[in-house]
Design a protein around this ligand. Structure first.
Ligand code: HAM
Length: 423
C-alpha cells in the first residue's frame, strides 16, 4: 500500500457516515427552531486572524497551528477553530448592522497539530454556533439550552454541563495577582513553557496539559472568587436562567478554556465515557473580540461541538439503522429487466431502492439484503411478472404484504409499513 492518510487525520466511510449525517441533520433542525442561519467560512485565513484572538501564548497559537507561506509570500493558517474566522467575517461584512441578536451556525473541519490520541485528531470537525449583539445573560442560557437540546436529540445521554464565569478585564488583574502569588513558590515544578508564561500570561498555566503542571497547580484560587459586581450579577442571572429552562448543570469554578478570548460565561460539556479527551462541546462569551477585529463593540457568545467525540458515543445505539428502503431481488432475465425499471420508478418516489442485476441465487440475494440492512425486499420471478403482483417483505418485523408490481403501488405499500415516513 503506497499512500495512507496523514497521522491524526482519518477517512470517514459508510456506514459510519450515516451517523455524521444524522448529527448534522438534527443540529440543523434545532438551529432552525432558534433562528440560527448557516454561514460557510474558508478553511484558510490570514495567520493574524488567529494570533491575537486565540492568544499569542495559547497552546493552539504557540504549538498547534498549520501555518505556512502561500505562493504570494503571505502567512496563512488552516483554521484551528471557527470563532476567530466567524468574527473576521462578521466584521468584514458588517453583519452587526442587522437587528440583534444575529444568530449563525457552521459545520466543518478544523486543524490543530496536536499529538494524536483517542478522540484527538489533527483534522477534526466542529458544529459551531455564535449569537451576536446581546449582553443579557438570557442569551447565554438560551444557547446552552439549545446545545443541550441538540446533544439530547442526537441521542447522547449522561452528559455533564459544567458552567463558570471567567470574569472580565476589570476583575482579571486581581485574579492574575492572586494566581501569581499562589504559583510563585512552586514555579520550579512547572514545565519551561509554564515558567515562561508566568509573566506573559499566567492564566495559560491553568491550561497546561503536562502531568506535573496539573498536579502542581492543584488548589489554585478559582477565578469566580475574584468576580467584579457586573460579572457576579451576570453569573447569578445565568444560573437563574438555566434553572428556569431546566438545563441540568454543575458549577465548576476551575473550568479552564484553551482560548484567550473568553470573558464572563464559559462552559464545557463532558462525557465520562471518553477518558482524558472528555469534552464533547465547549464555548463561552467573547465580548470584546469584535472590537479587536476593528468592528463596533459587540457582545458575542457561542459554542462548538466536536464531531469525533460524539460519534463514538451514539455508534452502538445507531448500529444497523441505515439501509435501503427496498431491495428488489429478481430471478431470471425478464425479472432483471423489470427490477431495473421498477427501481428507477421508485427512486422518483424519493425512496432509496437497490436492485440486483446479476443473476445470483435467491439465497445469496437474501444474504445481501441482511448485509446491506434492507428495510424491505421484493422477489420478482416469472409468476410475479405474469400476475403483475408480488409480496413485499418487511425485514424489520417480518410481515408480508401483497402489492401490484408497479412503482406507485409498491411505493405506497412500503410507506404504509411505517418504517419510512409518508410523503
Ligand atoms: P474548543 O474547546 O477549542 O472551543 O473546541 C470545541 C470542541 O471541539 C471540544 O470540546 C472538542 O469536542 C472538539 N475538539 C477540539 N480539539 C479537538 C481535537 N484535536 N480532536 C477532536 N476534537 C477536538 C472552540 O473551538 C471554540 N471556537 C468554541 C466556541 C465557539 N466558543 C465560542 N464560540
Amino acid at each position: 500500500m503506497k499512500y495512507k492518510t496523514l497521522k491524526g487525520l482519518q477517512d470517514i466511510l459508510p456506514p459510519e457516515i450515516s451517523i455524521w449525517q444524522h448529527i448534522e441533520k438534527t443540529s440543523r433542525e434545532i438551529f432552525c427552531t432558534y433562528g440560527y442561519q448557516e454561514i460557510r467560512l474558508p478553511v484558510l485565513e490570514s495567520t493574524d486572524v488567529f494570533i491575537r484572538s486565540i492568544g499569542e501564548t495559547s497552546d493552539i497559537v504557540e504549538k498547534e497551528m498549520y501555518t505556512f507561506q502561500d505562493k504570494g509570500g503571505r502567512s496563512v493558517t488552516l483554521r484551528p477553530e471557527g470563532t476567530a474566522s466567524f468574527v473576521r467575517a462578521y466584521v468584514e461584512h458588517h453583519l452587526y448592522n442587522e437587528p440583534a441578536p444575529q444568530r449563525f451556525y457552521y459545520m466543518g473541519p478544523m486543524f490543530r497539530y496536536e499529538r494524536p490520541q483517542a478522540f484527538r485528531y489533527r483534522q477534526f470537525y466542529q458544529i459551531g454556533a455564535e449569537a451576536m449583539g446581546i449582553e443579557e445573560p438570557k442569551i447565554d442560557a438560551e444557547i446552552i439550552s439549545m446545545l443541550a437540546r441538540i446533544l439530547g436529540d442526537i441521542g447522547l445521554k449522561g452528559l455533564n454541563f459544567e458552567v463558570t464565569s471567567m470574569g472580565c478585564k476589570n476583575c482579571r488583574p486581581a485574579f492574575r495577582d492572586a494566581l501569581k502569588n499562589f504559583l510563585r513558590d512552586k514555579l520550579g515544578s512547572f514545565c519551561s513553557d509554564c515558567q515562561r508564561r508566568f509573566d506573559l500570561n499566567p492564566l495559560r498555566i491553568l491550561d497546561c496539559k503536562v502531568p506535573d503542571c496539573i498536579s502542581s497547580r492543584q488548589g489554585s484560587p478559582p477565578v469566580t472568587d475574584y468576580l467584579c459586581a457586573d460579572c457576579k450579577g451576570h453569573f447569578e442571572s445565568l444560573k437563574h436562567n438555566l434553572n428556569m429552562l431546566n438545563v441540568p448543570h454543575t458549577i465548576n469554578p476551575n473550568l479552564v478554556r484553551g482560548l484567550d478570548y473568553y470573558i464572563k460565561t464559559a462552559f464545557e460539556v463532558t462525557s465520562e465515557s471518553l477518558g482524558s479527551q472528555k469534552a464533547v462541546a465547549a464555548g463561552g462569551r467573547y465580548d470584546g473580540l469584535v472590537d479587536e477585529f476593528g468592528g463596533p463593540p459587540t457582545p458575542g457568545i457561542g459554542f462548538a461541538i466536536g464531531m469525533e467525540r460524539i460519534v463514538p458515543l451514539i455508534k452502538d445505539s445507531m448500529k444497523n439503522s441505515d439501509g435501503p428502503d427496498l431491495l428488489i431481488c429478481p430471478i431470471g432475465e425478464e425479472a432483471s429487466e423489470k427490477a431495473f425499471l421498477l427501481a428507477e420508478k421508485l427512486r422518483m418516489e424519493r425512496l432509496w431502492v437497490e436492485a440486483n442485476y446479476v443473476g445470483s441465487s435467491l439465497k445469496s440475494q437474501m444474504r445481501k439484503a441482511n448485509r446491506i440492512n434492507a428495510k424491505h425486499i421484493v422477489v420478482i420471478g416469472d409468476s410475479e411478472i405474469k400476475n403483475g403482483e408480488a409480496v413485499v417483505k418487511n425485514m424489520v418485523n417480518g410481515t408480508e404484504t401483497k402489492s401490484a408490481l408497479n412503482g406507485e403501488e409498491l411505493a405506497k405499500t412500503i410507506r404504509i409499513q411505517g418504517i419510512i415516513p409518508l410523503k
